[in-house]
Design a protein around this ligand. Structure first.
Ligand code: HEM
Length: 363
């Protein structure tokens, strides 16, 4: 017990080090490169609650080139407030959908709103028809915000920025205002969107830890970002088909047997429908660090969630996030901003769409 507590405190201290060092992305949480004993996974967590760490004043991560906080202040004042109001009106499930949609946009061709493009004659198979995107939700919130913004200042606010603000705002509301960060803006919208590019870029729920690390690294995100962003699985739902391979009679899953039996029941469908269940059995609509407690207690849906305990570095990050809600909230905001900088487009290779579902002219 004493060893476990010491390991936890050391992780928190090293985490704080990475918070105060803005250039530390490449190092992960640092200090645990090797040689330290791996804390054994507890049967139930937390064993004890460590003293909460103190936090440095919020020093924003350097935004991706061309992006800046307050970008619309002099171009369309009040733009961010319009998006926030549209998100506020959505239910908790749709808010969760917006957080996921931002991730799915950024991982395929960069953050460029390519995920929002609807099928047309010229492009019958856009990203939104790719398998991982069939369960996305929240498009109507983006359209609503865009319609209001086009009225107020036509041709100014990109759909990509609306989605980035919406992902930020949904996080804010679902965390009871605790995840509160500034999102740099100035992204342009792309005009290429292909369903065929989704599976190769979006990690599957059966990914192992190496595949997860590799797929995030391919987007310039490190293992810290990957583990920290995975905390979004403390909100929203999943279709049973995304995890049914882990339910009994499968003997390969290490899912908690009580949860597995409950999910098995929830997934029974007389008419063969693909039912949905909440991802976080405990606080389903709160974006909080409960996810990490669930990982430690083997009460998560996906093999990709469970995989975070399969490597020493990711396991330590799970412990750290489980130990400090505040620290994880801060790191989540940082990682969202970093994700929002993936392969951002400019006026040279993008446009400001008039409608988020369609490019301004068919190419
Ligand atoms: C680490 C790799 C990840 C994998 C393998 C993964 C996979 C999945 C899957 C399979 C679902 C359920 C889809 C369904 O069946 O309906 C889901 C839901 C969700 N994911 Fe992830 N995801 C990952 C990372 C992320 C990230 C980085 C975020 C956001 C920061 C995110 C946010 C969400 C949210 C909010 C939901 C619930 C959506 C809703 O209720 O509509 N996920 N994810």
């Amino acid at each position: 017990m004493a060893n476990k507590l010491a390991a936890l405190i050391a992780v928190i201290i090293s985490l704080l080090g990475s918070v105060s060092c803005q250039a530390s992305y490449g190092y992960g949480y640092g200090g645990y490169g090797g040689g330290n004993p791996t804390p054994p996974p507890p049967s139930s967590y937390p064993p004890t609650s460590p003293r909460p760490p103190t936090y440095p004043p919020t020093t924003p991560s350097p935004p991706a080139a061309g992006l800046r906080v307050g970008y619309y202040d002099d171009k369309c004042s009040g733009a961010e407030a319009i998006v926030r109001e549209a998100v506020r009106g959505a239910d908790a499930g749709v808010k969760a959908g917006l957080v996921r949609m931002f991730f799915h946009d950024c991982f395929v061709r960069g953050c460029d709103a390519s995920v929002l493009l609807k099928p047309t004659e010229a492009n019958p198979q856009p990203e939104m028809l790719g398998i991982p995107n069939l369960s996305l939700r929240g498009f109507e919130v983006i359209d609503k915000a865009k319609a209001a913004l086009e009225k107020k200042c036509p041709g100014i606010v990109s759909c990509t920025d609306i989605l980035a603000f919406a992902g930020r705002d949904a996080s804010y509301f679902l965390s009871s205002y605790a995840i509160d960060f500034k999102m740099p803006a100035g992204r342009y919208d792309g005009n290429v969107s292909l369903a065929s590019e989704t599976l190769a870029n979006l990690p599957p729920p059966f990914a192992d830890v190496k595949q997860l690390k590799d797929m995030f690294a391919a987007k310039g995100l490190d293992t810290v970002d990957m583990v920290v962003l995975s905390g979004a699985h403390s909100i929203g739902r999943s279709h049973c088909s995304s995890f049914s391979g882990r339910l009994p009679p499968s003997n390969t899953s290490d899912m908690d047997p009580t949860l597995a039996a409950k999910l098995k029941g929830d997934c029974v469908s007389p008419n063969g429908a693909d039912n949905t269940v909440m991802q976080d059995y405990k606080t389903p609509n709160e974006l909080d660090n409960q996810y990490y407690l669930n990982v430690l207690n083997h009460k998560v849906l996906f093999a990709s969630d469970a995989a975070l305990l399969k490597a020493t570095d990711t396991m330590r990050l799970v412990y750290a996030a489980a130990a400090s809600q505040k620290l994880w909230q801060y790191k989540f905001g940082e990682a969202m901003v970093k994700m929002g900088g993936i392969e951002v487009k400019t006026a040279a290779n993008g446009e400001i769409r008039k409608m988020c579902g369609f490019v301004n002219k068919a190419y």
